[in-house]
Design a protein around this ligand. Structure first.
Ligand code: CIR
Length: 435
C-alpha cells in the first residue's frame, strides 16, 4: 500500500495538467530549479582566488573589474556570504572543487587541457606541449587553481621553453589570462527545471568560464546521469545567466541586454519547448545596454511570490518598456511572440497574480538608487520565499526591502562589490524546494 501511495505522489510530482497537456516536472534528478525563491537546497559558488591578484591597472577594463580587490578581505567576505547560506541549511558546493574532481579522470583532464589551451589561444605564444607538461606537473587541484588564476610567462622555467617565441620577451605577461570573474558563478550556466543552459559568454574575458560547468555536467560523478541541455556554449549567440530568471514552473524571464541576444533567447525557447518540460513561456525584457545594467539581475530580482526589486531607471516615461512573451507556436520549431509594454501588468498576467509590488533600489531616490545599483543594491539572492541575502553597503535598498516585509540577511561587501556583481551573481543554484 505504501509503495502505491509513494508511486502516486511520484506521478503527481512528475506531471501537471496545463490546458489538457501533461508537462514534465522532474524534481528527482541532480538538478531541480523551478523558481527564483524556493528554499535554496544546493548552490555552486567559487571562492575568489589568486586570479584577482593577477589583475593590474592595465588589465582592469578588459577583465571587467573597476578596482583590484584585496585577496584576504574578499575571501573573508565570500566566506561570510557562504556561511549566511549554510546557516539556513543550504549545501554549498565549490566550482573549483567540482572541477578538480571531474579532472581526476586522466582522459577527461587531457581533453580539457587541450581545449583550454585552444580557447585561450595560448598556443600562439607557448607550445601546446610545454604548457600541457607544465600544468600536468601539478596535483589536479593545484592545476585547477593555475588554470583559473592564470599562468604567467615568467613562471615556466627557461629549460622547459624550446621555441624562439617562448624565449623572447613581449609585453603580455600571461600565457593563460586570469579569470577574476569566476566568483560570479551565476553567469556561465543556468539550471532550468531538470536541465541546464551552458552559456555562450559575450565578453572575451569570460568566454572560457562556461567550459568548466560543461565539463562538470558531462563528467562529474554527481551528474553522470543524462542532464537535458537547453542551450550550448557552441551557439554563436551570447546568453548569460545574470539575464535568466526562473519565475515559476512555467515562466522564465530573460533580459535582452548588453550580454544576452534575442537570437539566443529564441534558440533556448525552441530547445525548451521541443522537450516539453514544464516551461511554456519566456518573457524577454529589454534593458538598457550599459555597463551598470549589464544583466537583468542587476536591475530586477524576485524576492517573494509577488515582490521584486527594480532599478527605476530601466523604465521609460510612464513606466514603458519593451517586453515580449514567447510561447510555443502552432507549428513545431516555431514560437509565438506577443508584445507588452508594462512590467507590472506583464508579471500579473504571466504569474496569475492580483497584485505585484516593485521595490525600488535606493528607495527610488535619484542619487541613492544610482549609487546602490552600482553596488548591486537590486541584486538580491532569495534563499527562501521572502528571505534574501544582500550587500550590507546598500542600506537604503535594504531598508526598503524590510519595510516591504522581506527578511534581509546582510553580508559584508567592500571588496566583493569591486567586481560589479552582488549575491545573486555569486551563486548558481542547482536545487530549490517547491514554493
Ligand atoms: N549577473 C551579474 O550581473 N554578474 C556580474 C558580473 C560582473 C563581471 N565583472 C562582468 O562584467 O561580467
Amino acid at each position: 500500500m505504501k509503495t502505491i501511495i509513494t508511486l502516486f505522489y511520484f506521478y503527481i510530482e512528475l506531471t501537471r495538467t496545463i490546458e489538457g497537456g501533461l508537462l514534465y516536472l522532474d524534481r528527482n534528478g541532480p538538478l531541480s530549479i523551478y523558481s527564483e525563491i524556493g528554499n535554496l537546497e544546493k548552490v555552486i559558488v567559487k571562492r575568489p582566488g589568486y586570479e584577482v591578484e593577477n589583475l593590474t591597472p592595465d588589465t582592469l577594463k578588459r577583465l571587467l573589474f573597476d578596482d583590484i580587490p584585496y585577496l584576504p578581505a574578499i575571501q573573508k567576505e565570500h566566506d561570510a556570504f557562504t556561511d549566511s547560506m549554510r546557516k539556513r541549511g543550504t549545501e554549498v558546493l565549490y566550482l573549483e572543487q567540482l572541477l578538480a574532481e571531474t579532472l581526476e579522470n586522466p582522459a577527461v583532464r587531457y581533453k580539457f587541457l587541450d581545449q583550454l589551451i585552444t580557447e585561450s589561444k595560448a598556443d600562439l605564444c607557448c607550445s601546446r606541449q610545454t604548457l600541457t607538461e607544465y600544468l600536468s606537473s601539478f596535483p589536479v587541484s593545484e592545476m585547477v587553481d593555475k588554470v583559473m588564476g592564470g599562468v604567467r610567462k615568467s613562471e615556466i622555467s627557461e629549460e622547459r621553453k624550446t621555441n624562439l617565441y617562448e624565449l623572447m620577451e613581449d609585453h603580455q605577461p600571461f600565457y593563460l589570462d586570469p579569470m577574476p570573474n569566476l566568483y560570479f558563478t551565476r553567469d556561465p550556466a543556468c539550471v532550468i527545471g531538470n536541465g541546464i543552459s551552458i552559456n555562450t559568454m559575450a565578453e572575451p574575458a569570460r568566454k572560457r568560464e562556461s567550459m568548466f560547468m560543461d565539463y562538470i555536467i558531462k563528467h562529474h560523478p554527481m551528474f553522470k546521469e543524462d542532464v537535458p541541455s537547453w542551450f550550448d556554449r557552441t551557439s554563436r549567440f551570447s546568453l548569460e545567466g545574470g539575464d535568466q530568471l526562473i519565475l515559476n514552473e512555467e515562466t522564465i524571464a530573460i533580459g535582452v541586454s548588453a550580454r544576452t541576444t534575442p537570437q539566443a533567447i529564441e534558440e533556448l525557447a525552441n530547445n525548451l519547448f521541443a522537450s516539453r518540460p514544464s516551461f511554456t513561456r519566456i518573457v524577454a525584457i529589454e534593458i538598457p545596454k550599459s555597463r551598470a545594467f549589464m544583466h537583468l539581475d542587476t536591475v530586477f530580482t524576485m524576492v517573494d511570490k509577488d515582490q521584486f526589486t527594480i532599478h527605476p531607471a530601466i523604465q521609460g516615461p510612464d513606466g514603458r518598456m519593451r517586453i515580449y512573451i514567447i510561447e510555443p507556436g502552432e507549428e513545431k520549431g516555431k514560437v509565438m511572440i506577443q508584445e507588452r509594454h508594462h512590467l507590472i501588468d506583464t508579471l500579473k498576467e504571466v504569474l496569475e497574480l492580483g497584485e505585484v509590488n516593485l521595490i525600488p533600489c535606493g528607495g527610488g531616490d535619484e542619487i541613492a538608487s544610482a549609487r546602490e545599483q552600482w553596488n548591486d543594491g537590486s541584486n538580491t539572492l532569495a534563499i527562501a520565499p521572502g528571505v534574501v541575502v544582500t550587500y550590507n553597503r546598500n542600506y537604503v535598498s535594504n531598508r526598503c526591502l524590510r519595510e516591504a516585509g522581506i527578511e534581509v540577511i546582510e553580508v559584508p561587501s567592500s571588496e566583493l562589490s569591486r567586481g560589479r556583481g552582488g549575491p545573486r551573481c555569486m551563486s548558481m543554484p542547482i536545487r530549490r524546494s517547491p514554493v
